[in-house]
Write a protein that binds this ligand. Structure first.
Ligand code: ATP
Length: 248
């Protein structure tokens, strides 16, 4: 498996943000990580990326444990966080050059051109982050992740701040990487987009996994038979939000 999560628990002091979470993502799978605010999605992605250590349990990337073999594991993955952090004094092109040097990326020029075109950043090569819009900065972070062609992609809210064309392009980018064999885990609140691009869904609620499967599999589950067959209906039922929606 490209991503294996086994019994992962992560606490912040007395608060357990992720509790006994297990799931896996195989090559070519695009898995949507869903859940209400505070469900533990970002915490999970940060543990998978090696930024936070698990309190207990295990995470392996391409078979390498993220805690005990961090270099091997991190070489395979790219984490695209929702907050775009960039070097204020490096241009877009210099960001890509830096990443290419760090990860020994071959033929950077051709790759950079394709990526900048794919992400609609052509013409901004010489811009500093301060001269870019928020959506453009988000795209630069994503370009830095994609330029080294990782086999595991972790996206935290990749569509936040993107315009409609940007959202469509990002959707195509994610699908293209999955089709090319990457294992993709993507957290998003945009359920209709998740439904379109993801081959499987993992729903979290209060730190725990409450559902794992394709939309069709989840809709066929006995306990969800009354929920309806859209991802939104399944999401609302699995996260206990159904009642909030009903008047009275
Ligand atoms: P959202 O959809 O709002 O982004 P999320 O599912 O990504 O939410 P997390 O950011 O993982 O949720 O947060 C899970 C829980 O952990 C929340 O209760 C949050 O307050 C808590 N938490 C997150 N980061 C920290 C931190 N650095 N210190 C203490 N508690 C934290």
């Amino acid at each position: 498996m490209a991503i294996t999560v086994e019994g992962l628990t992560r606490s912040y002091g007395p608060l357990t943000a992720v509790s006994d979470l297990s799931f896996s993502v195989g090559p070519g799978e695009i898995v949507g990580l869903l859940g209400p605010n505070g469900a533990g999605k970002t915490t999970t992605l940060r543990v998978l990326a090696g930024i936070l250590k698990p309190s207990s349990g295990r995470v392996a990337i391409g078979g390498d444990d993220i805690v005990t073999q961090p270099i091997e594991a991190k070489k395979r993955l790219a984490f695209m966080p929702d907050e775009p952090h960039l070097f204020e004094y490096l241009t877009v092109e210099e960001h890509l050059r830096l990443v290419a040097r760090l990860y020994s990326v071959p033929d950077l020029d051709a790759r950079a051109r394709t990526l900048l075109d794919e992400l609609e950043l052509t013409g901004k090569e010489r811009s500093l982050p301060g001269e870019l819009s928020r959506g453009m900065r988000q795209k630069v972070v994503i370009a830095c992740g994609l330029v080294r062609d990782p086999s595991v992609l972790l996206f935290d809210e990749p569509l936040t701040g993107l315009d409609p064309i940007g959202i469509r392009r990002m959707r195509e980018t994610i699908v293209r990487r999955g089709t090319a064999g990457a294992a993709v885990l993507v957290s998003s609140h945009l359920l209709h987009l998740v439904e379109e691009v993801c081959t499987r869904i993992v729903i979290m609620n209060q730190g725990r996994k409450v559902a794992d499967g394709s939309v069709a599999e989840l809709a066929a589950r006995a306990d969800l038979a009354q929920a309806g067959s859209t991802l939104e209906q399944i999401f609302l039922t699995m996260t206990g939000r159904r009642h909030d929606e009903r008047p009275g």
